[in-house]
Write a protein that binds this ligand. Structure first.
Ligand code: NAD
Length: 496
């Protein structure tokens, strides 16, 4: 694939808007400030993006507030909202290639993944919540004769959503779907590292018929635009996905302002446990490689700690080293590429710093460990495997967010569970065993929001996703997501 391949030609012909999207229209930041969105593929400037400040966020929130207070969206019949959101999902699919390109250029993932997973997943999420709109019922409480008490769900009002860059479209969709399906207005703050897809989504939402002011996007930096949302007195709930450190700041800001409701989807350091009776070592190796190398390892649920029984370690490592060759970083716009670019120079530096720390602390580097394709101007890092990792090492405790695997060996299942639970995080975990009792006992003992048995990263919109411990609170996906975006109202009627 050369620089003049069709995907390259299309990519560089794109002229994505970087302006804020408020009240149904693109507009520059009030201050006129912009920043350059650079491509992780080769460092070239893709767009000038509005650097929204507190005043822009206030404007967007006021528009969202007005739309909500006037019931422009929540006042529509459920079937109307369903039709509009379904049309929105259709439009996403109709613009699949354009959105996939934006996704790849925004954050560096392979175009084949953007096309296969991210864009269809985004559309499916919106469609699923659209379908749910007229299927969620209220309750009647058993209060006894003489009274009737109904329990209904009402939209919480204006929701601020703050999202990261690792799955820009999908993480946004996990918020947009249930927030809009529940009848709320939304102000979305995409990551400054990947703002382009969200802006295009908002434009498509208007085309689908979502009323102006209901879905606004304020690109900008965390400490300015993000904080302004978390601190706003007019925002009723903030839905955050990002690092644990930022999640704590969002929580403090919510408390220091109007005690808005907070949902947090934060980091992870997930353990993938291969028991001595693993039913299929080839399948476990393939899933373990995907668990850490997919999406360049920039995955909250990455299986970044591979806990393997001493008797299987050699055989598993051998397989993993072979598999890692299939994930050699290459041009993200080549459809054959499986591992793309890290999102930016800062993320590359972070990964390099953790590799250095692993070496300093005595872990053994089996493969990878050094930047590649530097001449491209992009940020490429190969699959990296550390062996002989001790559970207390930084590379076994802290989220690296890159294609770096820490292999830890264990002797007993109890030891594996103890190591698995021995971090601040609790997002996901996996156990491989042919013994259903052992697998189930282990799954119960693991303190994680999702536990995979004999698989990794199996996924569907129908199941909730979120973390125990410092991986967050609340859940995205499934009907449980409505808990974050609705208020329960009790209406008590005395039957006089
Ligand atoms: P980040 O915390 O740096 O930024 C996330 C978002 O918060 C961005 O939009 C950013 O601009 C904004 N932000 C930064 N500082 C802020 C502040 N003080 N107030 C308000 N907003 C602020 O995270 P990131 O680097 O963009 O994303 C990677 C992290 O996201 C990883 O820790 C990963 O595990 C996590 N993540 C979690 C999930 C999940 O579902 N649990 C999913 C994807 C990513």
């Amino acid at each position: 694939m050369t620089e003049s391949s069709p995907w390259h030609d299309r990519a560089w012909a794109l002229r994505p808007s970087g302006e804020a999207f408020i009240a149904g229209d693109f507009r520059p930041a009030l201050s006129g400030q912009t920043f350059d969105k650079l491509s992780p593929l080769d460092g070239r400037a893709l767009a000038q993006v509005a650097s929204c400040q507190a005043e822009d966020v206030e404007l967007a929130v006021n528009e969202a507030r007005a739309a909500f207070d006037q019931a422009r969206w929540s006042g529509l019949r459920p079937v109307q909202r369903k039709r509009i959101l379904k049309k929105f999902a259709d439009l996403i699919l109709r613009h699949k290639e354009e959105l996939a390109l934006l996704e790849t250029l925004d954050m560096g993932k392979p175009i084949s993944e953007s096309l296969r997973a991210d864009v269809p997943g985004t559309a499916r999420c919106i469609e699923w919540y659209a379908e749910a709109i007229d299927k969620v019922y209220g309750e009647v409480a058993p209060t006894g004769p003489g009274s009737l008490a109904t329990i209904t769900r009402e939209p919480v009002g204006v929701v601020g959503a703050i999202v990261p860059w690792n799955f820009p479209l999908l993480m946004a969709a996990w918020k947009i779907g249930p927030i809009l399906a529940a009848g709320n207005s939304l102000v979305l703050k995409p990551s400054e590292k990947s703002p382009l897809g969200a802006l295009r989504l908002a434009q498509l939402a208007i085309e689908a018929g979502i009323p102006a002011g209901v879905f606004n996007v304020v690109p900008g930096f965390g400490p300015t635009a993000g904080r302004a949302l978390a601190l706003s007195m007019q925002v009723d709930a903030v839905a955050f996905t990002g690092s644990t450190l930022t999640g704590k700041s969002v929580m403090r800001d919510a408390a220091d302002s109007n005690m808005k409701r907070v949902g947090l989807e934060c980091g992870g350091k997930s353990a993938n446990i291969i028991m001595a009776d693993c039913p299929d070592l080839d399948a476990a190796a393939t899933a373990s490689a995907g668990a850490i190398f997919y999406n360049q390892g920039e995955m909250c649920s990455a299986g970044s700690r591979l806990l393997v029984h001493r008797s299987l370690k050699g055989a598993l490592l051998e397989r993993l080293q072979v598999l890692s060759r299939q994930y050699q970083p290459a041009d993200p716009l080549d459809p054959a590429t499986r591992l793309g670019a890290l999102v930016d120079a800062a993320q590359l530096a972070r990964v390099e710093q953790y590799v250095a720390s692993g070496l300093e602390q005595g872990a053994m580097l089996r493969c990878g460990g050094e930047r590649v394709r530097e001449e491209s101007g992009g940020y490429f890092f190969p699959p990296t495997i550390f062996d002989d990792v001790q559970p207390g090492m930084r590379i076994a405790q802290e989220e690296i967010f890159g294609p770096v695997l820490s292999v830890i060996e264990f002797e007993t299942a109890e030891e594996a569970i103890q190591i698995a639970n021995g971090t601040d995080y609790g997002l996901a975990a996996a156990v491989w065993s042919r013994d259903i009792s052992l697998a189930h006992r282990t799954a119960k003992a693991l303190r994680a929001g999702t536990v995979y048995v004999n698989c990794y990263d199996a996924d569907d919109i129908t199941v909730p996703f979120g973390g125990f411990k410092q991986s967050g609170m609340g859940r995205d996906k499934s009907l449980h997501a409505f808990d974050k975006y609705t208020e329960l109202k009790t209406t008590w009627l005395e039957l006089l």
